[in-house]
Unconditional design. Structure first.
Length: 112
């Protein structure tokens, strides 16, 4: 009986964690600290997202999410919709236009 119980407990613990996925996000159009905060804020409150870390220097993010609640595509779309390229998705042009000037790609900023 004891063995049976511990098997049940172990399998419960496994099933609770089994759908957690950590994925990498390539954020190559991020320019400044504000960008990384924007990206974090765009997905931190999404249902199913456990954790988001954005590293400005390497322009990479790491997101941990519950696959039963959300998929990577939805997360990527949320980031693209606020104006940033992510993985193979291109930023929403209208949202990109509204970004602060420091958040735009250097080649898009008119210097005169
Ligand atoms: Cu920025």
């Amino acid at each position: 009986m004891k063995i049976f119980l511990s098997i049940v407990i172990i399998s419960l613990a496994i099933s609770c964690n089994s759908d957690k996925i950590t994925a990498e996000l390539k954020l190559d159009t991020m320019q400044c600290l504000m960008c990384s905060i924007n990206v974090e804020e765009a997905i931190v409150d999404l249902d199913g997202v456990n954790k988001i870390e954005v590293d400005l220097k390497s322009k990479l993010g790491k997101v941990t999410y519950k696959a039963s609640l959300i998929d990577l595509n939805t997360i990527e779309n949320a980031i693209a919709s606020i104006g940033y390229n992510v993985n193979d998705k291109t930023a929403d042009p209208a949202a990109y236009e509204k970004l602060e000037i420091c958040c735009k790609k250097p080649e898009d900023v008119d210097l005169d």
